[in-house]
Ligand binder design. Structure first.
Ligand code: ADP
Ligand code: MG
Length: 313
């Protein structure tokens, strides 16, 4: 079913209205995927990573597995067959030059973009694809799209907070309206998360009154409020003044220490080296090289990786 067909559905209309404001949704017509009610957890999903890493236990089932992912915009191929695996509790940094496809890869993984082909598996659940025009595929099941979106929560470079809502309102909005959490429960959880990101004193501030670092920390709290099992960070510090980068990296480091599974697109090479289990270097829509941070940064095998790293340090 096309997005247009879905939009004409009467019930979907109210959902669309709400979702039109959901951060990261609707960046482009192509990126539209509706959000609607669905059980929080699919029966097949078991990705409770936070305590697992702390206890040293990792499961065999990958939290994220991407196989042969391709995506073109018009005739321009942007992803040319990406393979990527993150086990539960893994922190995978994705690095690469501007335009190499990093954002597109993350946006495909949580289905803000429709992949053309390939397989995406999140916490054991394989995204069901349907055949589309010109031999291209797309996600088949809206309920599954929504479930995957919640399972893999995204933090954007440009924060994408709702400007007309306070910090607290930003954090409770989706839990109340999408997860149908009771208001008090949503507020209690939000207060806990905002304390964790150091914003307890900014609950009633509007985003315009916050620094970039504070906005990004609020955005992280808002993503956490949806209880994602995997976190996708797309250059979370790139829009920040240099003096504000550290406060956001500290929050992300805290999440790493909790054992959260994350894919982190970043240009903060030192940070990537410190926190990652694996670093993936994307070059022109392909995984050019991947490895442990020490191996990739100290002994890059590919000329392209070497060239990129020379420019970074
Ligand atoms: P990165 O995040 O590594 O900088 P992107 O994934 O944003 O790279 O973009 C990869 C390529 O895809 C770039 O050439 C970019 O111009 C192009 N691109 C990204 N999004 C769109 C879009 N919505 N429409 C057309 N081209 C796009
Ligand atoms: Mg990008």
């Amino acid at each position: 079913m096309s997005d247009e067909m879905f939009a004409s559905d009467a019930v979907a209309g109210s959902i669309l209205k709400r979702v039109a404001h959901y951060p990261g949704v609707g960046h482009s017509p192509e990126s539209f995927c509706p959000i609607e009610q669905a059980p929080l957890d699919s029966p097949t999903v078991d990705c409770s990573s936070a305590s697992e890493r702390a206890s040293g236990a990792k499961r065999a089932q990958p939290a994220v597995a991407v196989r042969g992912l391709t995506k073109s915009y018009g005739d321009v191929p942007v992803l040319k067959g990406i393979d990527l695996t993150a086990n539960q509790g893994d922190v995978i940094s994705i690095i690469g030059a501007s335009g190499s496809g990093k954002s597109t890869a993350l946006r495909c993984i949580n289905l803000l973009e429709t992949p053309d082909a390939g397989e995406i598996e999140i916490c054991g659940e394989v995204v069901r694809m349907r055949s589309g025009s010109h031999g291209r595929n797309g996600p088949a099941d809206r309920h599954q799209i929504e479930r995957i979106r919640r399972t893999a929560g995204m933090v954007f470079q440009s924060f994408n907070l709702w400007s007309h809502l306070t910090v607290l309102q930003n954090v409770i909005e989706a839990p109340i309206h999408v997860l149908q959490k009771p208001r008090k429960e949503a507020i209690d959880h939000a207060l806990h998360l905002l304390e964790k990101v150091g914003l307890s004193d900014k609950l009633n501030h509007y985003p315009s009154r916050l620094s970039g670092g504070q906005q990004q920390r609020a955005a992280i709290a808002r993503t956490l409020a949806m209880q994602p099992k995997v976190m996708l960070f797309d250059e979370p510090t790139s829009a920040l003044d240099p003096e504000l980068v550290g406060e956001v990296l500290r929050v992300i480091r805290g999440l790493v220490e909790e054992g959260r599974t994350m894919l982190l697109v970043t240009h903060e090479m030192r940070f990537a080296r410190e926190v990652s289990d694996k670093v993936v270097f994307l070059h022109q829509g392909r995984v050019e090289e991947e490895g442990t941070p020490d191996r990739l940064f100290d002994q890059p095998e590919s000329d392209q990786t070497r060239k990129f790293l020379r420019q970074q340090f």
